[in-house]
Write a protein that binds this ligand. Structure first.
Ligand code: C2E
Ligand code: CA
Ligand code: CA
Ligand code: CA
Length: 274
């Protein structure tokens, strides 16, 4: 009746309040986390199938929370993206990635680091100069830095993205399309934007051994990418069978638990030494 309706309405708005209260709490904690330097960049190797060597690492952020321990990005990046905090966190990621490239270089390895950019970063007027300043401060070869941007960002913020990506490529950085195939967007941006790599989303790789549709899609994406002079990275490779399919179908590089989970810097260096 009326009463239970009213109660369910109250319950609903209470849970909405709880959710927004929780978001505000995470937001405040994130501010503190930036000040206290609580973030860490883990590195996940990307292996080139032409020589079976680690050529690159994706930088993936973790929050080393004083009480909760290691918190994954899915728990706080979406909150940060709803506020201006993503800019400060993104800048921390860029400068830390430059430091890591330099440290790896000093150990005698030339390994690229790719980093994830949120939509608000791509449209941030200061992003390019921030990138440029970091590259100069840490004296890193910009060729060793790569930016990962999702299809959605490339399409929704097309003209801003176009200008930014053109500029970063003139200084030698490369650009990859992240989570390719999940953005429900037209493909015309692929021929218009300055891009280097396509990262095929994990969802197409997961059942690739058993699902003929996934096989057809992945083969077609690889063929299309190569005709557009783009290289292909397969994400989420967990088994030898998936790897064999990708090798047989001329995929350029692979990333996934089969090789390694994202790891701390010192463990990444160990992976390089083997
Ligand atoms: P993403 O960019 O698609 O990153 C790949 C995610 O897949 C990572 O999760 C990685 O740990 C996971 N992964 C890699 N290989 C495998 C595999 O073989 N199997 C499975 N099941 N998973 C695998 P993670 O580190 O939790 O990151 C989640 C998302 O958070 C990222 O997805 C990215 O969108 C976002 N993210 C991470 N770091 C940053 C950052 O520094 N800035 C921004 N803006 N977003 C970030
Ligand atoms: Ca990514
Ligand atoms: Ca991805
Ligand atoms: Ca993703």
């Amino acid at each position: 009746g009326k009463k239970s309706n009213k109660n369910s309405l109250q319950f609903y708005s209470q849970s909405m309040k709880d959710a927004s209260h929780q978001a505000i709490q995470i937001e405040n904690e994130l501010r503190r986390a930036i000040e206290n330097d609580e973030f860490e960049l883990f590195l996940q190797p990307i292996v080139n199938l032409a020589n079976n060597k680690i050529e690159k690492a994706e930088a993936l952020i973790r929050w080393n929370h004083p009480k909760k321990g290691m918190v994954g990005p899915d728990k706080f990046i979406p909150v940060a993206e709803k506020s201006e905090l993503i800019i400060a966190i993104g800048e921390w990621v860029i400068s830390r990635a430059c430091q890591l490239v330099k440290q790896i270089n000093e150990l005698g390895y030339r390994i690229k680091i790719s980093m994830n950019l949120s939509s608000a970063q791509v449209t941030d007027r200061n992003l390019f100069s921030y990138l440029h300043t970091c590259v100069n401060n840490y004296q890193v070869d910009p060729y060793l830095l790569e930016l990962e941007v999702t299809e959605g960002v490339l399409v929704d913020d097309y003209s801003v993205a176009n200008k930014l990506l053109s500029k970063v490529r003139t200084i030698g950085m490369s650009v990859s399309v992240d989570d390719f195939g999940t953005g429900y967007s037209s493909l015309s941006y692929l021929k218009q934007l300055p891009l280097d790599f396509i990262k095929i989303d994990r969802s197409f790789i997961k059942d690739i051994v058993s699902d003929d549709n996934d096989k057809a899609i992945v083969r077609a994406v690889i063929a299309m990418a190569h005709n557009l002079n783009l290289c292909v990275i397969a994400e989420g490779v967990e088994t030898e069978e998936q790897l064999n399919f990708l090798t047989d179908n001329s995929c350029n590089s692979v990333q996934g638990y089969l090789f390694s989970r994202p790891v701390k810097f010192t463990d990444f260096i160990e992976l390089l030494q083997h």
